[in-house]
Each structure stands twice: as C-alpha cells, then as structure tokens.
Design a protein around this ligand. Structure first.
Ligand code: ADP
Ligand code: MG
Length: 235
C-alpha cells in the first residue's frame, strides 16, 4: 500500500478578495494510493473544485506540499508542471469540453498530439482502441457535436485516458446526465479503474454514486471532516 499516486500535506488556498485574503482550503492532508477509487463529497462551496484544480496542477496552492507520483510539485517550474499534468493526470469535467467540430477520434487524439507534436498512425490506433474501450467504436468519425450527452462524456473519458495517466480527476462527471446514463458512465469509470489500475478521485453530489466508491472523503468549509473506507465495495 505504500505507493501513493498523490500526497497532499498542509495544502492551503487563499483568494484575494478586495484588499483582504479569503482562505478557502485550510490545510488539507490527503494520500491516495495507486488504484484507489475515491469519492470527494461536500456541500456546494466547500472547496471541492478548488482542491481538484490544485491536485490537477491547474492552479497553485498558497501553502503546503503536493506530491504527484512522488514528485513534489511546489518547486517545479511551469514547464515541468505542464508536462507532469499532461502525462500523469487525466481530467473529466461535468461539461465534457470536447471540440465540437472535431470527430470523436480527433478529440481523443488531442492529448497525444499535444504531447508528441504531430499525428501518426500509432496515435490513431490508440485513440480508436480507447473509443472501443468506452463502447464507441462505431462513432469514431462522428463530430463530437452530433453525439448524445452520455456519448460525449464517454469520449471525454477516453480522452482523459489517452496518456495512460496514473490519476484521473473527475469533477461531477455525471452531473449533467440523467440517472440511467450517469450509472453507465460511473460503471465505466469503475471498469477502467479495475482494468488499468488507474486511481480516481471523483467529486460527486450523488450519495448513491459515492457509495459505489472504495473510499469517501468529505470536505466541509475547506477542511476534511471525514475520510472513510466504504464497507460494501462492489466487484
Ligand atoms: P465547490 O466545488 O465545493 O462547490 P469551490 O471550490 O468552487 O467549491 O469554491 C470554494 C470557495 O472558494 C467558494 O466560497 C468560492 O466562492 C470560492 N472561490 C472559488 N474560486 C474562486 C476564485 N477564483 N476567486 C475567489 N473565490 C473563489
Ligand atoms: Mg465545484
């Protein structure tokens, strides 16, 4: 178990508000082991998205230490941060943020293209395999804008996995979907977790979905108030 994909120690985040500082995360300690499938819950405004953005290296903490795959990130230059984010972390947001005019395949290829600079056959093959993995082999050449909400979120998941990230961060990935589609998408995340050993940290409002995670971390007013393994781990 001593193989954390993520370790936070005393993470703080403040925002400037007028001439005063407002602290929204008050010293977060959190370790996520490789292969863990964890939910992050808490009331609206408790700091879940702020925390996910820090972990995803989209924003910098005001204090504390953040390790991704053993690398301490606070001292890394911007270029290294960008590289680490691109190679080790996958993102799935509530809104899929696909490029609407691009095909499903092209959207999934994007992270590979950003990493390697120009498209090649191996990249297309990898993207096609990822789409097959999320049940969309027959939609590869459809523009993203022509897909249903659930299909678009599947494409976003395939895209998040393109670089074989150690950690996938999902911010209310099913928040925009009907219950049935949300269940399917959640099951897909779980399947990826079990098949690839990818770690997941998933923000969700839905207690039903949180209950299907191995672990539930609860944030209230910028502090972790409970962090418990979930008893009935399915599968
Ligand atoms: P959650 O995702 O749990 O709903 P957020 O992380 O979005 O919560 O927000 C936590 C707190 O931080 C809220 O009070 C919010 O208003 C504040 N906040 C978030 N982003 C900013 C920002 N860019 N500037 C100032 N305050 C912010
Ligand atoms: Mg949020």
């Amino acid at each position: 178990m001593a193989d954390p994909v993520l370790r936070l120690s005393g993470i703080r985040k403040s925002y400037q508000s007028g001439d005063s500082e407002l602290e929204v995360l008050h010293g977060i300690d959190l370790t996520l082991q490789r292969g863990e499938f964890a939910a992050l819950i808490g009331p609206s405004g408790s700091g879940k998205s702020t925390l996910l953005n820090l972990i995803g290296l989209l924003d910098r903490p005001s204090g504390g230490h953040l390790f991704i795959d053993g690398d301490e990130t606070s001292t890394l230059p911007e270029g290294e941060i960008t590289r680490l984010r691109g190679q080790r972390i996958g993102f799935v947001f509530q809104h899929h943020l696909l490029i609407p005019a691009f095909t499903a395949l092209e959207n999934v290829m994007m992270p590979l293209l950003v990493d390697r600079g120009r498209p090649d056959a191996a990249m297309r093959e990898r993207a096609a395999a990822l789409l097959a993995g999320v049940g969309l082999a027959d939609r590869a050449n459809h523009p993203a804008s022509k897909l249903s909400g659930g299909q678009q979120q599947r494409v976003a998941i395939a895209r998040a996995l393109a670089m074989r990230p150690a950690l996938v961060l999902a911010d209310e990935p099913t928040g925009n979907l009907d219950t049935h589609t949300a269940d399917d998408i959640f099951a897909l995340l779980r399947e990826v977790n079990q098949r690839e050993g990818t770690s997941f940290l998933i923000v969700t409002h839905d207690p039903r979905l949180a209950a299907r995670c191995d672990r539930i971390v609860e944030l209230v007013d910028g502090s972790i108030v409970s962090d418990r393994p979930h008893a009935e781990t399915p599968g």
